[in-house]
Design a protein around this ligand. Structure first.
Ligand code: B12
Ligand code: SF4
Ligand code: SF4
Length: 415
């Protein structure tokens, strides 16, 4: 670097010990609060950042109202971090399960870092500011004592609605937030503030081209291929797929059922329910509640539903991701989406290995009853090996609590 820097005729001498950082700091007073917000968010790792006004959000469903979390809210700052394409393709093609699980945890942490920096900055400027939790924080539902009894999962604030109103993206057929350049390959964060900030332009053209590949890769048939519902956000009427009740995705995404109807491929879950799943919302919700209540992970006191942030920063916490297919396929280019679809339908069926690993079946698969309301898929030769399996949990490398308990509990075959 040169030994002096000139800015508007002002001479910063090297021996005055003024660093470039200090100069930029001085210049930052010339930036508006909105510009500084964007600069901080990008510097901390956000790829996209935009601003929505309170007014824009008031026509959305209730979870788009920022005043629920911050009564003085005037603006919502929405930001997105992007996912790595190779990691996602290795995940959907069943080459590598764990890297994507780690990636999601890393992204969640990154979103909290951006959130905290923005909240601190806004408060230091004298505004009210709160960060919206990344996930798993829901508004109370009548007659429920915890998440295992919930059915609607209405968030404190919907990151997706915030992102639409801030011009980050639009809602796609799948219900996921779709961006212009990265498709749905983003996770979202939001900070609500009392600062009255200039809103960014909305994204005029919805990047979703209705290819419906998202519907084709959902193992539990959550997303309709033809029925439409309309959701109004920021004056935009988003026409998106009618979805089955949230409990349907919960069953697929938590891994209580991973096999798609023709039995040719699954998501990363080795667990199975009777198929087809119940038609009525009441039965589906009741089934999901039973499964959640007996799920060993949900019974742990320190699960990610108690405190999502704590779980994401806990180095021992395993971010058990087995699905997300509707989002992972949805890349910007249609050719890429088609390729992703082919990777999924040719990816095979996942089983639980004897050591607790999730492995793609190379031979005949048997489904074995478990005490947790689900059957587990195991390769036939592995199942025969269960008789002589060392049931000492320390010898098992299972990552998810249910895998560990299932391996310790499934009965030996009668020869
Ligand atoms: C609850 C929740 C779930 C639930 C319910 C999903 C849902 N559709 O609401 C379950 C467990 C099923 C789920 C699944 C997934 N989730 Co999730 N989830 C959330 C959470 C906490 C809130 C979602 C939300 O805003 N729902 C409300 C709206 C958006 O739901 P909607 O179904 O799209 O719209 C319906 C309602 O608005 C209703 N409606 C319309 N008008 C009106 C009017 C009134 C008055 C009412 C009452 C209702 C209503 O009808 C619409 C259509 O059915 C957010 C975190 C957050 N705080 O935002 C993450 C979040 C949405 N999830 C996310 C992801 C990635 C997923 C999964 C891909 C799983 C995964 N691997 O992580 C799947 C995708 C499933 C899908 N296609 O939607 C990301 C989304 C990223 C993106 N690009 O969009 C988020 C934002 C987390 C994050 N921090 O990034 N999720
Ligand atoms: S996969 Fe296709 S139809 Fe589904 S949300 Fe993405 S672009 Fe839209
Ligand atoms: S996350 Fe999986 S189960 Fe849920 S809607 Fe998407 S594809 Fe279906």
């Amino acid at each position: 670097m040169n030994d002096l820097v000139r800015i508007d005729g002002y001479r910063y001498e090297d021996d005055a010990k003024i660093s470039l950082e200090q100069i930029l700091d001085d210049l930052s007073i010339l930036m508006t609060v909105a510009e500084r917000i964007k600069s901080i968010a990008r510097e901390k790792g956000a790829t996209l950042v935009g601003i929505a006004s309170k007014q824009r959000l008031l026509d959305s469903p209730p979870s788009g109202d920022p005043r629920y979390l911050l009564p003085s809210a005037q603006s919502a700052i929405s930001f997105a971090v992007t996912m790595d394409g190779k990691t996602v393709r290795d995940f959907i093609s069943k080459k590598d399960w764990l890297s994507h699980c780690e990636e999601r945890k890393y992204m969640a942490r990154l979103l909290y870092v951006v959130t905290d920096c923005l909240v601190n900055f806004l408060r230091s400027e004298g505004f009210d500011a709160v960060g919206v939790d990344g996930n798993n924080a829901y508004r109370p539902e009548k007659s429920t004592s915890d998440v295992t009894e919930m059915t609607e999962f209405i968030p404190d604030f919907s990151h997706r609605y915030g992102a639409v109103a801030a011009g980050i993206g639009r809602i796609g057929w799948s219900g996921n937030l779709i961006t212009r350049d990265y498709g749905a390959m983003v996770e979202l964060g939001t900070v609500l503030t009392s600062a009255q900030l200039e809103p960014d332009p909305l994204l005029e053209k919805n990047p979703c081209d209705r290819c419906k590949i998202c519907a084709a890769v959902c193992p539990v048939g959550m997303i309709s291929k033809k029925n439409v519902v309309t959701v109004r956000v920021a004056g935009i009427d988003e026409e998106i797929a009618e979805k089955r009740p949230n409990s349907c995705c919960w069953i697929g995404c938590s891994g209580y059922h991973g096999l798609e109807p023709n039995g040719k491929w699954s998501n990363w879950s080795p667990y199975r329910l009777q198929h087809p799943l119940p038609e009525s919302k009441k039965e589906l919700d009741a089934l999901n509640a039973r499964l959640m209540k007996s799920d060993p992970q949900m019974r742990l006191g320190n699960n990610s539903f108690q405190d999502y942030r704590k779980a994401m920063f806990d180095s021992d916490w395993f971010t058990n991701t087995v699905c997300g297919n509707c989002r992972s396929v949805c890349w910007h280019e249609r050719e890429d989406r088609k390729k992703n679809w082919r990777l999924i339908i040719n990816s095979g069926v996942v089983t639980l290995g004897l050591d607790g690993e999730h492995v793609v079946a190379k031979e005949e698969v048997v489904e074995v009853d478990t005490p947790y309301g689900v059957r587990v898929a195991v390769q036939k030769s592995d199942y025969k090996g269960i008789a002589c399996l060392d049931k000492d949990p320390r010898s098992i490398r299972a990552r998810a609590a249910i895998d560990l308990e299932v391996l310790s509990s499934i009965s030996c075959p009668q020869n």
